[in-house]
Design a protein around this ligand. Structure first.
Ligand code: B12
Ligand code: SF4
Length: 607
């Protein structure tokens, strides 16, 4: 007897009850790819993606908004220190109350989603997990679905699973997790479930069948529990990037029209001791330029999208140069941003690098982001394993900036530092010295006319699967027993003073977590005092410029207003920004059509 369940897969992009960052609402390429393969395989798929500004606005609305807005006006423009202390206190109390309200809303939302799962007889609930609260709510939904819709199989995947692997399943109520990429494994599971249910089987039959297949090594990329309840993982196998399908986006999906393109996956260097990207993406791959261009072209013509973000952890200049050539040759007009890495021997290679970056900028590159980490060469090699030097960082930034001056096109360059960071054991290097050297590099870049547009400072954190986490002693970290399980759900309370954040029992060279945060804050303040803009990433620069915020002043205004929007939950500014970005993205796309064919993507004729 065939099973009457109506939805094969409900795919939920996990969310935390409020907006987290400007980029939340960008087009969801990961979910788009999964939707494509499931539909191609004949399954009915429903996507529940709350990361849309209309949804956020309606969902998060709360009575504290006017008060938070009024207070934020004063918090952001405070004049005297005495006032600040009492303002902060009031602000933190309001934030606590907001947390309570959001939690209540989320409980209700999760309950409704679980009921929807039951009513629609969803066979498989797939959750794209993210960090912090979003992971905790993913667990909450899985638990509620178990209670209300016990026949639904719950599978988690996405960045947090990719990062934490077995730890993401160990104490979580998911039935299975899928690591690294979902397309093949999810379809295999869906087919197994379909087959079991069509024979009149139950969820426990499906669980057993999938576990048996996993134990026999017949399913790759799956995290499962063996007969003793121990979490096991099968071998990782990835699709070649060339055969990875293009995402299937719904039209008018309420998202921001910035699309992510898989021009490469992971990092060609992949040896930094602190970096989790290789662990998340698996083996580095580049995609055939022709396929990348095809995806860009299709996204431009079918979705009316002209803004892009490359997905590679570090797009090598050789690859971006070839993509630029193809874009220029084919006359495709887009704007995009990406991650880059400081080039080795950058000083010697300046003319070559400037030439390459000029071409890339001409093809539409608007913003890049690169990790400097530190300006001290011993730390770069012994601690970071970065494979380049402070000189490389300086000359890569200089080449990027010089290329943009030569082209008379602005390029936003974001530079990030890890401070405080581990120090080589037995060396006389101090944190103060590192701070000074970092600031000196920034001063030099500024004095020589190569000032980066944004500087990010993050404290050192041993992320899962990195050398820092696997050999904490070597790098001066002390980590608690339950480190993974704590960090898995740890929410950075961005709305609050770090001194009020929940304690994390981690130390670096004996420095406690709260003091690590203070040191990082100190560097950030000093960088700000040098007239640098802080904490704006490349995709945020792309968003700011597309929404019409020019120059340093524009970027500062954008940052301040988006922060306030996020902190007060008054999303009117974000909604306005998104409208402008979408108009800009559409106008860029329209440049690619002959004027007689230009239509607004709502269907209205432009000319
Ligand atoms: C491009 C990128 C972005 C883009 C696009 C994000 C997106 N749509 O996925 C932008 C710039 C918008 C972005 C924003 C953010 N990002 Co980002 N991003 C990346 C980057 C560089 C590549 C991601 C990517 O496109 N991969 C390719 C696609 C196809 O993979 P995918 O989306 O993960 O989906 C595949 C698998 O994960 C799996 N899968 C996904 N979902 C599901 C669900 C199920 C049920 C299953 C079975 C499988 C499955 O199958 C998919 C298809 O292969 C990664 C780092 C890296 N190199 O991986 C960081 C990364 C994913 N981002 C990260 C973060 C923190 C963020 C932000 C929270 C940053 C911020 N403060 O704003 C936001 C959150 C955005 C949001 N939607 O809420 C972290 C995630 C950490 C974590 N554990 O959660 C990463 C790992 C970087 C890092 N810091 O280490 N990001
Ligand atoms: S930090 Fe950058 S260069 Fe180093 S491995 Fe990670 S992505 Fe690659």
């Amino acid at each position: 007897m065939s099973d009457p369940r109506t939805i094969d897969l409900l795919l939920w992009n996990s969310f935390m009850g409020k907006a987290y960052s400007v980029s939340d609402c960008f087009k969801e390429n990961g979910i788009g790819i999964l939707a494509r393969v499931c539909k191609d395989a004949g399954f009915t798929v429903v996507i529940e993606d709350p990361a849309r500004i209309d949804f956020y606005t309606a969902f998060t609305r709360n009575y504290l908004m006017p008060k938070l807005s009024e207070l934020s006006e004063r918090v952001f423009t405070f004049k005297n220190r005495g006032d600040m202390i009492s303002l902060r206190k009031e602000w933190n109390l309001l934030q606590d109350e907001l947390t309570r309200i959001i939690r209540e809303k989320m409980e209700k939302y999760i309950d409704e989603l679980a009921r929807k799962t039951l009513e629609n007889r969803v066979k498989v609930l797939g959750i794209k997990t993210w960090l912090g609260d979003r992971f905790a709510y993913s667990e909450r939904l899985a638990q509620r679905v178990r209670e209300l819709s016990p026949n639904t199989l719950v599978i988690a995947g996405g960045p947090q699973v990719n990062q934490f692997k077995a730890h993401a399943l160990e104490r979580s109520p998911f039935d299975f997790c899928i690591d690294v990429e979902g397309e093949v494994t999810l379809i295999q599971i869906m087919n197994t479930v379909k087959e079991v249910y069509s024979r009149g089987g139950t969820k426990s039959d499906a669980l057993k069948k999938i576990t048996d297949l996993a134990q026999a090594g017949k399913i790759f990329n799956i995290l499962y529990r063996d007969d003793n309840g121990e979490v096991k993982e099968t071998a990782i196998k990835r699709l070649s990037l060339n055969s990875k399908p293009f995402p299937l986006y719904e039209k008018e999906d309420g998202k921001v029209n910035i699309a992510v393109i898989n021009e490469s996956s992971g990092c060609y260097y992949g040896k930094c001791n602190f970096c989790t990207h290789p662990n998340i993406t698996g083996k580095y791959q580049t995609r055939d330029i022709g396929i990348t261009i095809k995806e860009i072209r299709e996204t431009v013509t079918e979705m009316g999208t002209g803004l892009f973000r490359f997905a590679g952890s570090t797009t090598p200049v050789s690859l971006s140069n070839r993509i630029a050539d193809a874009l220029l040759t084919e006359g495709i007009h887009i704007e995009y941003s990406m991650f880059v890495r400081a080039e080795t021997n950058a000083k010697k290679r300046m003319p070559e690098l400037i030439g390459a970056y000029e071409r890339i900028i001409r093809s539409g590159l608007k913003a890049v982001f690169l990790g400097a980490e530190t300006a001290n060469n011993d730390v770069l090699s012994e601690i970071m394993g970065k494979g380049n030097s402070a000189e490389d960082i300086y000359f890569t930034v200089a080449a990027l900036k010089q290329a943009s001056y030569n082209q008379k096109k602005h390029l936003d360059v974001g530079l990030s530092f890890i401070y405080p960071c581990p120090l080589p054991s037995g060396s006389a290097i101090t944190h103060e010295q590192i701070l000074e050297e970092n600031l000196h590099l920034l001063q030099e870049l500024k004095d020589e006319g190569y000032k980066p547009d944004s500087v990010l400072v993050t404290p050192a954190a041993p992320l899962p699967g990195t050398a820092w986490q696997m050999e904490p002693g070597r790098f001066g970290f002390e980590l608690p027993e339950d480190y993974f399980q704590t960090v898995l759900r740890y929410e950075y309370e961005l709305t609050k003073d770090p001194s009020t954040w929940p304690e994390l029992n981690v130390s670096l060279h004996g420095i406690k977590f709260v003091d690590i945060l203070k040191m990082s804050g100190l560097m950030e303040k000093k960088v700000r005092d040098m007239d640098y803009t802080v904490n704006v990433s490349d995709e945020h620069c792309l968003a700011a410029r597309s929404a019409g915020f020019p120059g340093q002043k524009g970027l500062e205004e954008f940052k301040m207003k988006t922060d306030r929007s996020l902190l007060t939950t008054d999303y009117s500014f974000l909604a306005d920004v998104y409208r402008k970005i979408n108009t800009h993205s559409r106008q860029l796309a329209e440049k690619n059509f002959p004027s007689s064919h230009r239509t607004l993507f709502g269907g209205e004729k432009v000319s």
